[in-house]
Design a protein around this ligand. Structure first.
Ligand code: SER
Length: 321
């Protein structure tokens, strides 16, 4: 499937690595990266880059027409922890941007949309273990509300207007290239940075808080595989459950200690504890596995090796300069 792609939010944690992968598949000239600022120079300097404000329909449309874009990956969003501080800003950013992109597809300017949803669509009344695709969804965070409502609109645009929109409920995403920002699962990235830099980490979640997580390479594979899947095979047009690993801060700390025996962790839960407590511990992703052959390849030990090796390499390069 030949494609002219626009990534909105390309400087962020997932957007930046998605840009690299999509450029390697579709060619540098066919993948336009965009964001509201120049915050990630690797992304800005590695191909075509445009400033696009996801909340401004005109700003997106100009870019779509300039490059004859047919597919948009909308990766800009305000995540769960920041969303609790700025509820209306989170609502406006997350919903405005989605409507702009869905409407561009409905009006025939683009053909395909990828939009990420999240485990945050689930809430305190959702079954927590092996959470099914179809279940009670009463999210208690603003971020979760935007994602749940967004899912409903995606399905609506598919059913009513034939918009080819595809979506994944990402769990916490763990990566070493670009830091996450404003999420509740961010501890699982911070912990590696602090383990190497300081040998100790104060965790903002309690030691027994189990959450679904995924290494970045798996998340990018899931995204690309879903977008390349035959439309007829897709039975879900709201958003697919996907899963890889689930663990608590205490278990992750033990894994890190296998590499850094002196590493220590302490716990000082803050407002993010309540957010984490409202989310599932593990996810049933059997529909994604059967519809488009989703499978993950990173377990906790492989992920930890990858994180520590790469972060240590970056640190030693910095020290050498
Ligand atoms: N990683 C996100 C967050 O913590 C969940 O989708 O907000």
């Amino acid at each position: 499937m030949s494609s002219k792609i626009l990534i909105i939010g390309a400087c962020g944690q997932i957007g930046s690595e998605l840009t690299t992968r999509l450029r390697s598949i579709y060619g540098n000239d066919n993948v336009i990266a965009s964001d509201i600022n120049y915050n990630n120079l690797d992304v800005v300097n590695s191909g075509i880059f445009e400033i696009v404000d996801a909340q401004d329909y005109g700003s997106i449309k100009i870019c779509v027409e300039k490059y004859q874009i047919d597919t948009i990956y909308l990766m800009a969003a305000m995540l769960s922890a920041t969303g609790e501080k700025y509820p209306m800003k989170a609502w406006d950013l997350n919903m405005d941007s989605l409507f702009h992109v869905l409407n561009l597809a409905k009006d025939g300017f683009i053909k395909r949309v990828f939009w990420p949803s999240s485990i945050a669509v689930f809430g305190p009344t959702t079954p927590k273990v092996n959470t099914p695709q179809h279940t009670i969804m009463e999210p208690s965070t603003v971020y979760g509300i935007t994602k749940q409502v967004g899912e409903r609109w995606c399905e609506y645009y598919f059913n009513k207007y034939g918009v080819d929109v595809r979506s994944i409920r990402y769990p916490g995403i763990i990566s070493w290239k670009t830091l996450p920002g404003g999420g509740t699962t961010d501890y699982a990235v911070d912990i590696y940075h602090k383990a190497l830099a300081d040998g100790t980490y104060e965790c903002f979640l309690s030691e027994e808080t189990e959450l679904p997580m995924m290494f970045m390479d798996d998340a990018i594979n899931a995204t690309v595989d879903l977008m390349q899947a035959d439309a007829e095979k897709l039975t879900i047009r709201s958003s697919y459950n996907v899963a890889a690993i689930s663990f608590t801060p205490a278990v992750l700390a033990e894994e890190i200690k296998k590499h850094l025996p002196d590493f220590s962790i302490s716990y000082n839960p803050d407002f993010r504890q309540a957010i984490a407590d409202s989310w599932p511990k593990s996810i049933d992703d059997s529909i994604a596995r059967s519809d488009w052959n989703w499978s993950h390849s990173f377990d906790m030990s492989k992920m930890t090796e990858e994180m520590l090796t790469n972060l240590a390499k970056i640190q030693s390069e910095k020290d050498a300069n």
